[in-house]
Ligand binder design. Structure first.
Ligand code: PEP
Ligand code: MN
Length: 375
């Protein structure tokens, strides 16, 4: 059961203590207090765990400080919507809002290679008014002989340059909890010049110890990439590990599924699951067309398959797109063949903005024709 406190009730308040005390009177029931700093409001919830079947809602709902009690019927206790009863609040990180209503493009380097390339990409993003990007320092590679990323050595210049070009959030994959410590140290050393969203890659989609570790870093958001060969339910349960460990700042990223049936693309594009994840959870959902499509295939209509795949996700309500860019893909140390060229980025941005506007129009049309309420 979830006891949702009224808007002005904080996690350390007497009101929350009262709910915890009341819950402890029921045998076999334990509690966890969660506080989510949302976009327009903050939300404090008390989770009743264990043998809650016999616990009545009424005594809690009678308290003036309680908004409502939700009996959990569905899965995904922490990230779930619970049939529309749980509020979808999103979060703000380093001045940037992430929620099921927001929309961000995150073009950037698959892997950091040189300071000059980092600077060139950040400068381009600033010119385009974009403050969110990706930059890989720790690269999980199929072969141990391939470039593994510059690791902590590149963090000082990446963060300093991000500060210089007003980049506020960098999605950066971590494959071990020591990477989080290194990122924190480098952020501190550069006076928190930027922010980092900890990326969990598809290869670590069920690395439960890593998921619990990033779950304890509750101030750093997590970009969770769907496992390429597991069910959606398994991936959502992995996010539940992060949230139940204390970190509710999660963005879910679709990045294609491993199957030869998706050929000639690198992965089978799964962006029709955007509305599914938005329906089942409170998480913002982004799509990664670069790792789904995996190459610069040009359509018969003159648009890259990367554009088409990304547009499919955005027109279905995705809250963001993460896409690879490189100033000289031929020299890239990782995933060059799928990177957009620098002069293509503006077109990509305008195309995605068009797809987003179309999504908003689609909601209006549904409202007009069917009377459904747009978000
Ligand atoms: C990446 O984003 O660079 C990456 C390795 O993605 P994925 O984990 O989805 O393969
Ligand atoms: Mn990559």
């Amino acid at each position: 059961m979830i006891i949702v406190m009224r808007g002005d009730v904080g996690p350390d308040s007497d009101a929350v203590q009262e709910v915890v005390r009341m819950a402890s009177r029921y045998p076999g029931v334990s509690t966890q207090v969660r506080s989510i700093q949302g976009v327009t409001r903050s939300l404090t919830e008390v989770y009743l765990l264990g043998s809650t079947a016999a616990v009545p809602k009424e005594p809690f709902e009678e308290l003036a400080t309680v908004e409502k009690a939700i009996r959990i019927k569905a899965k995904y206790r922490a990230i779930g919507r619970h049939e529309g009863e749980a509020a979808v609040v999103g979060f703000v990180y380093n001045g940037v809002e992430f929620g099921q209503d927001s929309f961000h493009l995150m073009p950037g380097l698959c892997a950091v290679d040189t300071p000059a390339n980092v600077e060139a990409v950040f400068r381009l993003l600033k010119d385009l008014g974009i403050q969110t990007t990706r930059a890989g320092a720790y690269k999980p590679r199929t072969s141990p002989y391939d470039f593994q990323g510059h690791g902590k050595d590149c963090l000082p210049y990446v963060f300093e340059l991000a500060g210089k070009y007003d980049i506020r959030v960098i999605a950066m994959e971590v494959t071990h909890e020591s990477h989080v410590r290194e990122i924190r140290e480098a952020l501190d050393a550069t006076g928190k010049a930027t922010g980092v969203m900890l990326q969990i890659g598809t290869r670590n989609a069920q690395n439960f110890e890593l998921l619990k570790a990033v779950g304890q870093e509750s101030d750093l958001p997590v970009l969770y990439k769907r496992g390429m060969g597991i069910t959606l339910e398994e991936s959502l349960n992995a996010c539940e590990y992060v949230a139940s460990s204390g970190n509710h700042r999660i963005v879910f990223c679709l990045r294609g599924m491993r199957t030869n049936l998706g050929d000639p693309h690198r992965n089978f594009v799964d962006f029709s699951h955007v509305p599914v994840v938005r329906r089942l959870t409170r998480l913002p959902v982004c799509v990664d067309p670069s790792h789904s499509v995996g190459g610069r295939f040009l359509g018969a209509d003159g648009l890259l398959d990367i554009h088409h795949a990304a547009a499919q996700g955005v027109i279905a309500g995705a809250n963001g797109v993460i896409v690879d860019v490189h100033p000289s893909p031929r020299d890239a140390l990782c995933d060059g063949p799928q990177a957009l060229l620098m002069h293509e980025v503006e077109h990509f941005v305008r195309d995605m903005e068009l797809a987003r506007r179309t999504y908003v129009e689609r909601l209006r049309l549904a409202e007009k024709m069917l009377g459904t309420k747009p978000e």
